[in-house]
Design a protein around this ligand. Structure first.
Ligand code: ADP
Length: 360
């Protein structure tokens, strides 16, 4: 086609909505270069988040749009560059870490630690350098979930080197104390100890540090979310109303300290019978959606209640590491990409349904 120009290609992609980014490619400013060579459109996309498991699908959908709108074939290259996003207040970023994502829950037992480690592994699988900091002093479960009891080394008696496990850099209070030793830290001592873990670990060139916060929304959690330089937060909940009430407090806590909320993860959302495949919403349905509407936050994804998730996490090889190509890993990877996309490209665009923000 002789009248094919870069401008015509850009115009054709103007309304191309990307379901992971949540806005159009143009609005998200991810179209890096557009050229025409020998009548073929060449498009270079640079995402702000890792997308090894999504690049092909995105390329295919862009090719589809250009075929439909302009009747041309296209070569599409999808790459990414993960930049550091701003943190709250006047805080200094952590050395060696581009972005901190906090994972919180209104109460214990909703699967926050399991979601944290699988999100970290999912970002790794998507192509990022990732670390995990287990800040859950009351029940540090990352050593078990990462299948390691190695003690961190210190090269100089001041900083600690993170443990390498399953491809992640990891630090946990659980590496420093015995599992059966009761955790008697309270209030200021707990936060001080945790801040040491955050700042005195020598993280190495991380795109993302996932921080598994202690469950709840008390003083320690509030202090941590004020003092750890966080770029965005993910709140984990189960679908029951009672858990949602607690999750709401989590959202309010991050609002108070001006940390952007990347979205909600609904864990143990439904159960698929392993024998007949029947799907049942045993804890009720729609809770995450209602909260999403009320608070203007997105549900990043829903994870089923599945015995394998528990067995794999508790056995030291969480689902995304144990079965990277499984349906369940695909869910975690989708959630991870969405969270990282919100961080890099902001909230949902105007082309998507807008949700009003209401406080209690
Ligand atoms: P929290 O950090 O919120 O206290 P955990 O991540 O430790 O919760 O999870 C509590 C228990 O539930 C663990 O034994 C974990 O393996 C299990 N679990 C978490 N998510 C799921 C799930 N989607 N399906 C089945 N078991 C799960």
């Amino acid at each position: 086609m002789s009248d094919l120009t870069p401008d015509a290609i850009r115009a054709a992609l103007q309304d191309h909505l990307d379901p992971v980014i949540g806005k159009s490619l143009l609005e998200a400013e991810v179209i890096r270069e557009v050229q025409v060579r020998n009548g073929i459109a060449q498009v270079q996309i640079e995402l702000g988040f890792p997308a090894a498991g999504y690049r092909e699908q995105l390329g295919e959908s862009i090719r589809g749009t250009l075929r439909t709108k302009l009747g041309v074939e296209a070569q599409v290259q999808v790459g990414w560059s993960i930049r550091s996003q701003s943190v709250q207040g006047q805080l200094q970023p952590i050395a060696g870490v581009r972005n901190v994502i906090a994972v919180a829950s209104g109460k214990g037992g909703v699967g926050k630690s399991t979601v944290s480690v699988n999100l970290a592994l999912a970002l790794l699988a998507e192509g990022a350098r990732v670390g995990i900091l287990d800040a859950d002093i009351y029940g540090p479960s990352q050593p078990r979930m990462l299948g390691t009891t190695e003690k961190p080394r210190s090269p100089d008696g001041k900083v600690m080197l993170p443990i390498e496990a399953l491809g992640l850099q990891a630090m946990s209070i659980g590496f420093l104390i015995d599992e059966d030793q009761p955790m008697i830290w309270r209030g200021p001592m707990a936060t001080q100890g945790l801040m040491q873990l955050v700042f005195e670990t020598r993280w190495q060139d991380l795109d993302y540090l996932i921080v598994d916060l202690p469950p709840g929304t008390g003083d320690i959690q509030l202090t941590l979310s004020q003092r750890i330089p966080v770029s965005g937060a993910v709140v984990v909940t189960t679908p029951q109303d009672i858990a949602l009430i607690d999750a709401r407090k989590g959202l309010q806590m991050f609002r108070k300290v001006e940390v952007p909320i990347l979205g909600l993860v609904e864990n143990m959302s439904f159960f698929c019978c392993p024998n007949c495949g029947h799907r049942s919403e045993i804890f009720g349905a729609g809770g995450g959606d209602r909260m999403s509407e009320q608070y203007g936050v997105e549900v990043l994804g829903r994870i089923p209640l599945d015995g394998r998730i528990r067995e794999q996490a508790d056995g030291g090889r969480p689902t995304v590491a144990a079965e990277p190509e499984s349906q369940m890993s695909a869910i975690y990877r989708d959630i991870a990409r969405r969270a990282a996309a919100r961080l890099a490209h902001g909230g949902l665009g105007e082309d998507f349904p807008q949700i009003s923000i209401a406080d209690d």
